[in-house]
Design a protein around this ligand. Structure first.
Ligand code: ACM
Ligand code: ZN
Length: 758
């Protein structure tokens, strides 16, 4: 595509009116270049869309569909020579793929490109219409030249944990189209439900599509409760065709996911002969990882091939997703069929058996002219020859696969899991855990620095995943998706050098007006008051700073747990917290309307505000910048929220706290997390050592899980009151996750929230 000189852009920019800036300000993802020009195009109900009906009819129908659905307006269409005052769509084969050019002149709007490019251009035009569009609008004259950075710009939806009917799925596809995403990853089968009709195996949906109840609350709650309402649903093949066609008309490819060999309890419940044990306790009603998986018998492969033979013709895209994640191998270890298979094939382990399983399925899918993509566990035991990898547990597997010359889609839990919290959990609907705020998504870079230019070509792009264990209705889907989808779309579409969070944030406000108009639910978490507990290690005090991403008014606060009003203390500068208290803060705008809030309980101890050093760094995925979070007077929250916890996976934990002067120390406690469903375990052992000089330490006391297996989240030791300035805490990680638990065989994580010295 032709380059537009950025300097020229600035020159012209000086002459444009405020209106122009307003109109252009809203586009997300930000186009490659926008050249604003003098003049306006007057968009009115008389504006006509002119196009070549043989090739561009679908694009026009869909554009009109967007106008009708979201603005209640439609345009007349005309398939001959463009009259004045027309939107003229013209194929231009010199532009490739998704590239387009959108030119607004005072007499005409001209969009050129391939069919796909023109559709993306129409979505830009859709965004240029103001949020209060009522059929007429003055659009600024401009020239946009645009093309995406990545070929795979995906968004996933889990319809198994909760089911969303066809109409919701279509709305979801609309949302993706609006923001120029091009891939919809449809997670269709899992332990909690099989959601696609397979004519040869009707019980997959008549039995496997339904469960007897659903977990209430969080999977890591102490006591587990389940309701007794039969829950489920599925898509008929006709509905699937309709959805795939709907997506295709929006230039979105649907990638179906049929999970194997794990996450297959719904299938195994429908046909128990699919499992090693030839039995099942039923479709799962709770969340997690289940041991009852597909056996490796020949009849399982016949079944899977028959299923895939019905799946592949329904999805015209290149890839079929075969899952491959989180497959417990316990049953395989004792199953005569699986063990014979291992011997006959001369395999070394159950991991190699899984690799063989995936390769066998790959051969079949390849024979149908399709390719497989799978979660990054498919690297274990050897990657199937033509497989693409979805790197979810981090970026490392993606790097490894790219180095092996396999295509990769990046979707790391650190940046791309939209089921994680996006704001203060106290103010958010219940979520699985984690912390992925908008700014973090915006900060995501899909191409890791350790890849050279040749290897980087294997990174197809990225996607975010929306697992729905805790998302029961479609409005909540909107809440988790927006505004993070907008950040992701800009990461994946716009040039990396152009990325600018401040600019994005200002354009976001325009988008919020549109989402309001379209009655699409979105999270307002970024309007929350941000609180930062800043280190005042000289005074050894907690100092609390309050701020807003968007200045919406003054912040008023209380420290006694009462609800703030405009007569409460007004926030002017950071304040000290010297004893246990409950902070509540609210922003009121000039009309006294509440605009955002926050709250926080502080537990102040001798270590609060002390200086702290960690001997080994936390995992980069669960390290929010500073070890100070362990002495900030804030216990980690449950469900775990990455921001308040530091996570350790490679190393044990060692911290040295400097109390600043000699103090009497009589107890040391540590706030640790137990969330086995997320692979997070209590430590095996804790040692507390004291020192007066920070060099010579003596062991004051220790604790072990073995002696205290029922320990709660705060573990610790009492010490004969001793004088010390330095306190060292060592925690030994749990080790390997036991058989039968989620993540069995992997190393357990250790999460630490606070160290409390008294
Ligand atoms: C996954 O989140 N289990 C892919
Ligand atoms: Zn078996």
């Amino acid at each position: 595509m032709a380059m537009i000189c950025k300097r020229l852009f600035f020159f012209v920019f000086l002459f444009i009116s405020f209106n122009h800036m307003q109109a252009q300000k809203g586009i997300i993802p930000e186009p490659y270049t926008v050249l604003l020009q003098e003049g306006n195009f007057s968009f009115s109900p008389r504006t006509i869309v002119s196009f070549n009906a043989e090739v561009l009819a679908d694009e026009v129908v869909v554009f009109n569909d967007f106008l009708i659905k979201y603005y209640g307006i439609s345009l007349k269409t005309y398939s001959k020579v463009p009259p004045p005052n027309a939107v003229y769509l013209k194929l231009d084969k010199s532009l490739q793929g998704e590239a387009y050019q959108l030119e607004i002149k005072s007499t005409q709007i001209l969009i050129t490109g391939t069919e796909t490019g023109i559709f993306r251009g129409l979505m830009t035009l859709f965004q240029l219409l103001p949020a209060d569009f009522n059929g007429t609008a003055n659009l600024p004259c401009l020239l946009i030249q645009d093309a995406p950075r990545f070929a795979w710009r995906g968004m996933h939806l889990d319809v198994c944990r909760h089911f969303f009917p066809k109409e919701d799925v279509m709305k979801y596809i609309d949302y993706l189209a609006m923001y120029k995403m091009n891939t919809f990853h449809w997670h269709l089968t899992d332990d909690q439900g099989w959601r696609i009709e397979i004519k040869k195996y009707p019980e997959l949906t008549s039995i496997g599509g339904w469960r007897k109840g659903t977990l209430i609350g969080h999977a890591s709650d102490e006591t587990q409760k389940t309701d007794t309402a039969r829950y489920g649903g599925f898509y008929t093949q006709d509905e699937v065709k309709e959805i795939v066609d709907y997506a295709a008309k929006r230039h979105i490819t649907v990638v179906p996911e049929i999970e194997m060999p794990g996450h297959s309890l719904a299938a195994v419940t429908s046909y128990p002969w699919l499992s090693c044990k030839k039995a099942s306790d039923g479709v799962a009603t709770g969340w997690g990882v289940f041991e009852n998986v597909f056996c490796t018998s020949d009849s399982v492969f016949t079944f899977l091939e028959n299923v895939l033979d019905e799946i592949t013709p329904l999805f015209p895209g290149e890839y079929i997703h075969i899952g491959g994640d989180e497959c417990p191998k316990v049953n395989w270890k004792t199953c005569p069929v699986c063990q014979t298979r291992i011997k006959e094939l001369n395999l070394k382990s159950e991991e190699e058996l899984q690799s063989w399983f995936i390769q066998r399925v790959e051969k079949h899918i390849n024979s149908k002219g399709k390719k497989i993509i799978g979660w990054d566990e498919i690297l274990e035991g050897g990657l199937a020859p033509n497989a693409a990898v979805m790197s979810w547990r981090g970026m490392e597997s993606g790097v490894e696969a790219a180095k092996q010359k396999h295509f990769v889609v990046m979707t790391p839990v650190s940046h791309c899991y939209f089921d994680y919290y996006q704001g203060n959990p106290a103010a958010e609907p219940l979520a699985i855990g984690g912390y992925t705020p908008l700014a973090k998504v915006y900060d995501f870079e899909p191409v890791p620095a350790e890849l050279n230019a040749e290897e980087a070509k294997y990174i197809l792009g990225a996607q975010a995943n929306l697992w729905t264990e805790y998302i029961g209705d479609f409005s909540h889907v909107g809440y988790m998706l927006f505004p993070r989808l907008l950040a992701l779309s800009e990461v994946l579409w716009s040039p990396a050098v152009q990325r600018d969070y401040v600019s994005f944030r200002s354009r976001l406000l325009t988008q919020f007006d549109r989402l309001d108009r379209f009655k699409i639910n979105y999270a307002r978490s970024i309007f929350e008051i941000k609180k930062t507990v800043v280190s005042d290690t000289i005074k050894r005090q907690l100092s609390v700073e309050l701020s807003q991403e968007f200045q919406q008014g003054d912040i008023y606060y209380t420290l006694d747990g009462t609800t703030p009003s405009t007569t409460s203390m007004i926030y002017a500068k950071p304040f000290s917290v010297l004893s246990d208290c409950e902070l509540k803060a609210t922003v009121f705008d000039k009309d006294g309307k509440e605009k955002g809030k926050t709250s926080q309980t502080f537990s102040v101890s001798k270590s609060s505000g002390a200086s702290i050093k960690l001997t080994y760094p936390p995992s980069p995925y669960y390290n929010y910048g500073s070890p100070y979070t362990l002495v900030d007077g804030i216990l980690g929250r449950i469900p775990w929220n990455g921001k308040e916890w530091l996570g350790f996976s490679d190393n044990d934990f060692e911290a040295v706290i400097d109390l600043g002067k000699s103090e009497t120390v009589s107890s040391v406690k540590v706030d640790v997390l137990k969330a086995e469903i997320s692979w997070i375990y209590m430590p095996e052992h804790m040692t507390v050592s004291l020192s007066s000089d920070g060099k010579d330490f003596y062991v004051a006391n220790d604790w072990s899980l073995q002696n205290d297996p029922e320990a709660g989240r705060t573990i610790g030791v009492v010490i004969k009151p001793s004088t010390a300035r330095y306190v060292k805490v060592n925690l030994k990680k749990f080790g390997e996750i036991p058989t039968g638990k989620p993540g069995a065989g992997n190393g357990a994580w250790l999460f630490v929230g606070e160290i409390i010295v008294n």
